[in-house]
Ligand binder design. Structure first.
Ligand SMILES: [Zn+2]
Ligand SMILES: [Zn+2]
Length: 245
């Protein structure tokens, strides 16, 4: 069994006072953090989650609301936690340089520090499944701003399969990529607005029958969607939501 804790469920702009994207998967073989928005340290503290639970961080794409929390997560692991166990950071091609450059720009460089724990950067393998920490992972291309190198992810943890869209607009093939998952965590930025790089509630509701997945939970909720919360026909996440699959 895998427990999923939604740490942050807003769009890039903190809609509804929510935190940016971050989801913790408590899997049988360790913890996986799916995305690390800028507000992740605050979320972990608020939810009383120890950073030591995280063995692997998966970055879906290089937008700040999905990876800008990483530099200070690393520094907190060093200075607050005196972490010793390794941390694996997996992302799109170029992930190590992107994180190092980001940290430098933020004034918190991660080069040349006396790290108390090993840090390993890895890139998603193209078109194949790979054992990366506690999960078997397959990535797939999604439809989002290309400069951000957007990826969706299929994670196999024990006997469970969890799909995560990251940020994406609709594209033919999305339902095929996530087919067979026990849980699909799907972005839903808008209620009805049609924008090629994000999904809306209206288009997901209209296509719900095309998704072959056990449970569908919407996250990355924008202002329209947070206002709709509780009245939707599809399940929506909130910051702090726990679910098990
Ligand atoms: Zn986003
Ligand atoms: Zn994005």
């Amino acid at each position: 069994m895998t427990e999923i804790v939604f740490i942050g469920t807003s769009d890039a702009f903190g809609a509804g006072g929510r935190r940016q994207s971050a989801i913790l998967l408590r899997a049988p073989n360790g913890g996986v953090l799916l995305d690390c928005g800028a507000t992740t340290n605050s979320g972990l503290a608020d939810l009383q989650i120890d950073r030591a639970e995280i063995d692997t961080v998966l970055i879906s794409h290089f937008h700040g609301d999905h990876f800008a929390g990483l530099p200070l997560l690393l520094l907190a692991a060093l200075y607050e936690d005196q972490r010793v166990q390794p941390l694996r950071i997996v992302g799109p091609p170029g992930v190590e340089q992107r994180v190092r450059t980001l940290a430098q720009s933020m004034g918190h460089p991660i080069d040349d520090r006396a790290w108390t724990f090993p840090m390993h950067f890895e890139e998603y393998p193209r078109g194949a499944e790979a054992e990366l920490g506690p999960a078997r992972i397959r990535s797939f291309d999604v439809h989002h701003q290309p400069d951000s190198k957007p990826h969706g992810l299929i994670l196999t943890l024990g006997s469970q399969r969890i799909a995560y869209t990251g940020d994406t607009g609709w594209f033919d093939g999305l339902t095929r990529e996530v087919a067979g998952s026990d849980l699909l965590i799907c972005e839903c930025t808008y209620a009805s607005k049609n924008f090629k790089y994000h999904l809306s509630y209206e288009e997901l509701l209209a296509r719900r029958d095309q998704f072959d997945c056990g449970r569908l939970i919407l996250t990355h909720l924008g202002a329209e969607m947070t206002a709709l919360r509780g009245t939707c026909e599809l399940e929506t996440a909130d910051d702090g939501l726990h679910v098990s699959v």
